[in-house]
Write a new protein. Structure first.
Length: 304
């Protein structure tokens, strides 16, 4: 039976819109907020309530999921002008899902607590498809009260919820480790398929063989079809990994921990973004390498 609890989602990108759909499907009254009018219209057509400002979206909501890009946007939608925190009732919970540094997660949690608002540090993984199907993985940390308050939303959007500790920042630390690996694997997959092209191999056949062999990875299997199709519409943009591997690099530098492989991958994403592909799919790293090597990948004839 529908629970009819109001839940607000701030940020209706590929992940946030999928999360909102999962909440609607679970029977929650679902408010959504985004600057993108198309996303708001899509949510409304699918049973959600569209709002242009976080403060109005969260009125009456006991749970507020923040699914924006970075710490700067998280701070703006929570604490800025027309931000959510000032409009939330004490005892309600923010579920913060952007990939941010552990230090930033701790700071946001402390500021929320000053207003009597619970905070769950809850980065997500799984991509847009799993967001749409309610099968995300959530890497969460926070007080038992925060977990309890957020549970109706977590049950609707996630297949797996890892409860990683009582303190905000732990969840973000786990996500940063995940993003280290994800970024390295994407860069390696793009390098490998472009290397195969330089060997004059049928890269469709390479994909078939590698996905059944020990060199396969989830990212190779997920991203290389974008290269084979010459389709770089963003499922996850290059700029996301410029940001996330940048966070990895910043943490490593502060801790005096060497990260040579992550650093190399970061530079590939930076170069790809500098080449004008920052808003395109992160598989565009293959296009960058192909361009450097003078190779033609599928779709290259139209300049993409």
């Amino acid at each position: 039976m529908p629970t009819l609890e109001k839940i607000a989602v701030i940020g209706l990108g590929s992940m946030g819109l999928g999360i909102a759909r999962s909440l609607v499907r679970a029977g929650h009254v679902t408010a959504g907020c985004d600057v993108n009018e198309t996303a708001l219209k899509t949510l409304e057509a699918e049973g959600g309530q569209p709002f242009a400002k976080p403060a109005t979206a969260v009125e009456g909501a006991g749970i507020v999921l923040v699914v924006v890009v970075n710490a700067e946007q998280t701070e703006t939608v929570l604490f800025g002008r027309d931000g959510a925190i000032a409009a939330m009732k004490p005892g309600s919970v923010v579920v913060s899902s952007a990939t941010i540094s552990p230090t930033e997660a701790k700071a946001f949690a402390a500021r929320a607590a000053e207003r009597g608002i619970l905070y769950l540090d809850a980065p997500i993984s799984g991509g847009s498809a799993k967001a749409n199907s309610g099968q995300l993985t959530v890497m969460a940390s926070g007080t038992p009260e925060s977990f309890a308050a957020a549970r109706p939303a977590l049950d609707a959007i996630a297949q797996t919820v890892y409860e990683l500790g009582d303190a905000p920042g732990i969840g973000s630390s786990f996500k940063i480790v995940n993003q280290h690996l994800a970024g390295v694997h994407i860069a390696a997959a793009c390098e490998a398929i472009t290397f195969a092209k330089s060997l004059d191999l049928d890269i469709s056949r390479v994909f078939e063989v590698i996905t059944k062999s020990a060199g396969n990875s989830w990212m190779f299997e997920n991203r290389i079809p974008h290269v084979l199709a010459g389709d770089y519409k963003p499922h996850s943009a290059v700029s996301i990994f410029t940001k996330d591997l940048g966070i990895v690099s910043d943490i490593g530098r502060k801790q005096k921990f060497p990260l040579p492989i992550a650093s190399a991958a970061l530079q590939l994403f930076v170069m790809t973004e500098a080449a004008g592909m920052g808003k395109d799919d992160d598989a565009s790293v293959a296009r960058l390498l192909a361009g450097i090597a003078g190779l033609d990948l599928p779709g290259s004839e139209d300049g993409r």
